[in-house]
Design a protein around this ligand. Structure first.
Ligand code: FAD
Ligand code: SF4
Ligand code: SF4
Ligand code: SF4
Length: 378
């Protein structure tokens, strides 16, 4: 039976959903990540959990397809997306075919969950990257029911979640389409809960109604509540800065098997540095990296409307996106990051990870920053 402490458990839930006795449950570890726990008394030692676990059965699927720099032509869609709106473009197509889209959205308590939805209004809630590990719940089961009912289903998520779904299904479905994100790692849901409490206290907000991590393709925190809207740069934020610097991910992320393993039909991400190669194609609103890994991915791509793209190369995109080549390097601060997470001053104490020079730089206009960087590089 599965023993997550002995391997790189990603928390994908495939073992839980597959256990015939239903004797595996998710339990929060001391850092706030969900980890499967077996009730040994009920377990019948069928070994299914070990057989389906994507981490115990790693496969090398280096599947490099055609790569594109991609954008939706509707600026409003791009402004609400993290980069070029690749996710929304595919999701809209699926909804128009009466299909189901399963992705990550905030529920009414601002908890990040995976949900299956069937209308465009709900798909809009999935737009934009949320930098927390999402709660998968029982969506795999719901997806299987919809696949059996012959509905088209689009599943989007981190590659380990796509792997979890595929392991759980244990067979290919023609009506399942999958999108994996390029992924550098996920912080724990408990850390995010603590962060929300800190924000409420700091800004005297009773209820946070909206929170986002990106604006116009940049790392920016935006918080709305009690009729107010506040915004600041991610580089000085106590949650987002350590995230960007790779200090607070689940341990499995530092040996992630999916930087080069493209197991979904389509891979999407940020096409960082794209303006160096295709200046005419770019503006400041974000361009997606999009890679077609299977014939299903290619078919959908050919049906997309109101989009622009330029064919590119994996190597070009990877120059500014290390997670297309390697997992994030384990940062020395990671060992102590979650220590004392239950201390009331825990989030405030994360100030130690925001250096003074970052605070000073955040106050300078972008034009001056660009000039200083040029000087430094000369
Ligand atoms: C934790 C995380 C790490 C990432 N790391 C990288 C990286 O290293 N390099 C890179 O190029 N891109 C990374 N991305 C992806 C990138 O931020 C954009 O999602 C991508 O550019 C697609 O943008 P878009 O405009 O097409 O769509 P968007 O509208 O931004 O796409 C939203 C999609 O992301 C899904 N999603 C959002 N948050 C989560 C989450 N926490 N867990 C699972 N699914 C989620 C939604 O379900 C939806 O399908 C990361 C995203 C996340 C969530
Ligand atoms: S060995 Fe079988 S019964 Fe036991 S936990 Fe694994 S799947 Fe469940
Ligand atoms: S199947 Fe997923 S959740 Fe279960 S042990 Fe393996 S990685 Fe962890
Ligand atoms: S970095 Fe890898 S293991 Fe971590 S959440 Fe992303 S896909 Fe999963």
């Amino acid at each position: 039976m599965i023993n997550p402490s002995q391997h790189n458990c990603t928390g994908c839930t495939a073992c839980i959903m597959s256990c015939p006795i239903k004797c595996i449950h998710m339990k929060q570890d001391e850092e706030g990540f969900l980890v499967p726990k077996v009730d040994a008394e009920k377990c019948v030692k069928c070994n299914l959990c070990d057989q389906i676990c994507p981490e115990l059965n790693r496969k090398n699927v280096i599947n490099i397809g055609k790569v594109y720099a991609f954008k939706n032509n509707d600026l409003h869609i791009r402004l609400n997306s993290s980069s070029g709106g690749a996710f929304f473009t595919v999701a809209k197509y699926v909804i128009e075919k009466n299909g189901i889209v399963c992705g990550a959205l905030f529920d009414n308590n601002l908890k990040l969950i995976h949900k299956c939805v069937s209308c465009l209004e709900d798909v809009k809630k999935m737009m934009g990257s949320k930098y927390i590990q999402s709660y998968i719940g029982n969506v795999y089961e719901e997806i299987r029911k919809n696949l059996v009912a012959k509905k088209i289903v689009l599943f989007t998520g981190t590659p380990c979640q796509v792997a979890g779904l595929k392991s759980y299904l244990r067979k290919e479905y023609d009506n399942l389409l999958t999108i994996q994100l390029i992924c550098h790692g996920v912080p724990s849901p408990l850390l995010f809960e603590k962060y929300k409490i800190y924000l409420k206290n700091k800004y005297s907000i009773k209820e946070i109604e909206y929170l986002s991590f990106r604006k116009n393709n940049k790392f920016v925190i935006t918080v709305q509540g009690d009729g107010r809207k506040l915004s600041w740069k991610g580089s000085i934020d106590l949650y987002l800065r350590p995230f960007i610097k790779g200090k607070n991910y689940r341990y499995c992320c530092y040996s992630c098997q999916y930087s080069k393993n493209h197991i979904a039909d389509i891979t999407i991400g940020d096409f960082w540095g794209v303006e160096k190669y295709y200046k005419q194609f770019c503006d400041s609103h974000g361009i997606s990296f999009l890679m077609l890994n299977t014939s299903k991915g290619k078919q959908i791509f050919n049906l997309m409307e109101n989009v622009s793209f330029i064919q590119s190369k994996y190597d070009i995109a990877a120059k500014n996106n290390n997670n297309l080549l390697n997992p994030t390097v384990l940062n020395k601060d990671r060992y102590i990051f979650y220590k004392d997470i239950n201390d009331p001053n825990y989030i405030k104490n994360l100030k130690k990870f925001v250096p003074l020079k970052a605070i000073v730089a955040s106050k300078l206009p972008n034009s001056l920053l660009g000039f200083l960087r040029m000087e430094k590089n000369e």
